[in-house]
Design a protein around this ligand. Structure first.
Ligand SMILES: [Zn+2]
Length: 97
């Protein structure tokens, strides 16, 4: 709670009013729920970006992107991961010299 108290202390009145409105609307609950779901690694709603197959616990995870904008992609099979790396990531590299 100390951490949260510190954050609140540094917020402007405008932000506080917005947060109170979100709190009443239940948006904060939803945000926390979403964050917890992500950190638990809940894969139940994820699909492979290559073949659209469902991601299981046996999935392959590729982490890429810049230091401040890390992205994670989940693949259901090694060949999907290979396809993604050899096509999409290479295209991306060609676009940004
Ligand atoms: Zn796949």
């Amino acid at each position: 709670m100390n951490k949260l108290a510190k954050i609140i202390e540094n917020l402007s009145e405008e932000d506080l009013l917005k947060i109170r409105r979100d709190l009443i609307a239940g948006n904060i609950d939803r945000l926390i729920e979403q964050k917890l779901k992500e950190s638990k690694g809940d894969l139940s709603e994820k699909f492979c970006p290559v073949c659209n197959g469902p991601i299981t616990n046996e999935s392959f995870i590729l982490e890429f992107g810049s230091k401040h904008l890390r992205r994670k992609a989940h693949f259901d099979a090694a060949d999907c991961l290979e396809y993604f790396v050899s096509t999409r990531l290479r295209e991306r590299k060609n676009q940004t010299p």
